[in-house]
Design a protein around this ligand. Structure first.
Ligand SMILES: C[S@@+](CC[C@H](N)C(=O)[O-])C[C@H]1O[C@@H](n2cnc3c(N)ncnc32)[C@H](O)[C@@H]1O
Length: 371
């Protein structure tokens, strides 16, 4: 999912998987501004390494040989200004190689090459990732903050003033918003049935124009409270988020014209005791999907989250097309038909484990071009 998120945030770049579980190759041209925005608003991308190179540890097997390769690489990709080296681990340890020692040695080579070292406020950061899942070392000029906290880890839905068991985890909500909507400048994100504001808060905190809508007035006033609280906690002064009372089956009657069309839909329909819908689950979904396509841009995206019966862990890849999905309400066939009928084409599906008796299907769809 994280790979799909980055591909959505940087549509001008080609993305290719690498052998490291948490590494991704990006090819193409994007400005530093676009790269920085993608890292800053992503749900978990630590950094983009520019002019990057990746070596297997077997190629070197000695710290000195590795440091020599790094310094040869730096000499080919010079930068102006001071430097700090940041090195960190992914997925455990590489035998015989530690990040602090490596960072120090590389820092020494930068010094020898005439760079000023500034660990506090450097003009440039040089990032080194030691990936134990693939026994590789990736390095390059860094955009983003690497291992330092991104704020999402400390933000918990349960700490908001208005909390319900249905509240989404902020990291999943952020990922869904990005995957559905793409770059911030594309336009408005709609949290179609906002509940306690899970998606809306993440969209607004990432600087997006965003609307959250709910049929239940208590959810609307609770979400207003949550949004203001989240903004204050984040230290941001303003946002472009709007909370509306309305029916998701008739979106065209509720959304302000100036915020149309919608480029990204994020949808977590009601289920179970904690969250009642205005109609039976499948009819509600059908009508909301149809209503969404009536206010969608020609290139709109959607992320739909549906409760399913547990089907094991699938952490690294989307589900195969023919994989059986056991929804809590209705069948997968009916859901797929509802999506198609309303003009949405499924791009990928993932599964996330919630607890012993519940998982979630996370589905990415795009609007089918109309004449
Ligand atoms: C599962 S909850 C959403 C939870 C949300 N993602 C969060 O983080 O809190 C579903 C929401 O759909 C709302 N809802 C049900 N029928 C609706 C309709 N026709 N139009 C708009 N909202 C509706 C319910 O009031 C409920 O708040």
């Amino acid at each position: 999912m994280a790979r799909a998120e980055i591909a959505a945030l940087l549509p001008q770049m080609e993305t290719n998987p690498l052998s490291g579980r948490r590494l991704l190759e990006l090819k193409g041209d994007a400005s530093i501004k676009h790269l920085a925005e993608a890292v800053a608003i992503s749900s978990g991308c630590q950094a983009i390494l520019c002019n990057a190179v990746i070596w297997s540890w077997e190629q070197h097997q000695s710290l000195d040989a590795l440091v020599t390769s790094v310094s040869e690489h730096i000499a080919l990709h010079e930068r102006e200004g001071s430097v700090a080296v940041r090195a960190w681990r992914h997925e455990g340890r590489i035998e015989g190689l530690g990040p602090s020692q490596l960072a120090q040695k590389i820092g020494g080579r930068f010094h020898d090459l005439g760079y000023a070292i500034d660990l506090e406020e450097p003009d440039n950061r040089f990032g080194v990732v030691l990936d134990a899942s693939s026994n590789t070392i990736a390095c390059g000029w860094m955009v983003g903050y690497g291992e330092e906290s991104d704020g999402l880890a400390s933000r918990k839905a349960a700490e908001r003033p208005f909390f319900k068991p249905v509240s989404l985890d902020p990291r999943l909500a952020r990922l869904a918003v990005n995957l559905a909507s793409g770059p911030v400048a594309r336009g408005t994100t709609l949290d179609v049935m906002t509940g306690t504001g899970g998606f809306l808060i993440e969209a607004a905190l990432s600087g997006r124009s965003a609307i959250g809508l709910d049929l239940d007035e208590a959810m609307v006033s609770g979400t207003v409270q949550n949004l203001e609280w989240a903004l204050k906690e984040s230290g941001q002064k303003e946002h472009k988020g709007l909370v509306l009372h309305g029916d998701a089956t008739a979106l065209e009657h509720h959304l302000p014209f100036a915020m149309l069309p919608i480029v990204g839909f994020v949808l977590d329909p009601p289920y179970g005791r904690n969250s009642q819908g205005s109609l039976a689950p499948l009819s509600l979904l059908e009508r909301v999907l149809e209503s969404s396509s009536r206010v969608a841009s020609a290139d709109a995206g959607m992320v739909l989250i549906l409760p399913i019966h547990p089907m094991g862990e699938h952490p690294d890849s989307p589900l195969n097309e023919d994989e059986a999905i056991n929804l809590l309400h209705g069948t997968w066939k009916e859901t797929e038909q509802a999506l198609l009928k309303a003009g949405w084409s499924v791009q990928a599906k993932w599964v996330e484990h919630v607890h012993a008796s519940l998982s979630r299907l996370i589905l990415h769809a795009t609007i089918v071009p109309r004449d």
